[in-house]
Design a protein. Structure first.
Length: 286
């Protein structure tokens, strides 16, 4: 009898195991459901290789995943549905912007190199409106610095590798871009129309020097041997223009101011390090 009773007790406990497993699974599913954020749909003209499971990113942090990619009912758009994490629900508001990050290397632009070896991904930028779940995606990333900026003209003997959307850089940081390249009125030079974005426009002064930062340079010395000089990866591939301002900055300039492009930087230009508070910073307000 004792053996039979023990057997019955063991059988009863055996059936509790799947019950406990089901309860644990249910609790896990419920917690995951409770933590998930809103579902948003972003419409694009082209899918650019984005797929289900690809990440949604914000400032280098994964804040969601692409749940589904499909065509719209009239086949005119690609609709990307993404599930945001709960702590990223602030992106599901009017005015938020989304775009697909993908590697792009052309004569005038180098972007998305972090997506070259990994998956495509959605990049989000929060708005400030009412809650929303449907958005029209950007076909290209928004311009750095937002709207506005300082429009200048840089005169050069020829364009070389510089073209539309080539970067304007300061200390290796992109602060603007080339908007157009044309021959001068007398066809003796090239006029490069460029915009330096806010808040970096203050860096450009009447005595600022610009030079061609694209490609590779070679510097030979008897003692030091051969030295290879190169700018950033972006200027190396796409061409670009760098600039520096003296330690005693000149007057600020207005739109349309003209500068001359040097073939390379002089050594003293690279040593300049003026303290120029950027627009919108606390230092600039004082």
């Amino acid at each position: 009898m004792n053996d039979r009773a023990s057997s019955n007790a063991g059988s009863r406990w055996f059936w509790l195991i799947p019950l406990l497993a089901a309860l644990a699974t249910g609790a896990f599913v419920f917690d995951a459901w409770r933590q998930r954020g809103p579902l948003v749909t972003i419409s694009f003209a082209h899918g650019a290789g984005i797929g289900a499971g690809d990440p949604v990113m914000f400032r280098g942090v994964r804040i969601g995943e692409v749940a589904r990619v499909a065509t719209s009912a009239d086949l005119s758009m690609i609709e990307v549905t993404a599930r945001l994490h709960k702590d990223a629900a602030g992106l599901a508001v009017e005015g938020s912007r989304f775009w697909i990050v993908r590697p792009e290397i052309s004569a005038g632009r180098v972007t998305g190199l972090d997506a070259l070896l990994g998956p495509r991904y959605l990049q989000g930028e929060p708005g400030s409106g009412k809650p929303a779940t449907k958005f029209m995606g950007l076909e290209r990333p928004p311009a750095a610095g937002g709207e506005g900026g300082l429009a200048i003209v840089i005169e050069a003997p020829q364009t070389g590798s510089i073209g539309v959307d080539s970067p304007i850089v300061y200390r290796g940081i992109r602060v603007g871009s080339v908007r157009g390249v044309t021959l001068s009125a007398d066809a003796r030079r090239v006029d490069i129309a460029a915009v330096v974005d806010e808040p970096y426009a203050r860096l450009v002064r009447a005595n600022t020097q610009f030079w061609n930062a694209g490609g590779l340079g070679l510097d030979w010395g008897i003692i030091r041997g051969l030295k290879v000089q190169a700018g950033s990866l972006e200027t190396l591939v796409a061409g670009g223009i760098a600039f520096a301002t003296p330690n005693r900055p000149g007057d600020e300039v207005l739109d349309g101011h003209r500068f001359t492009l040097a073939e390379e930087a002089k050594k003293e230009w690279l040593d300049w390090a003026p303290a120029i508070p950027l627009k919108g910073t606390e230092a600039a307000k004082r």
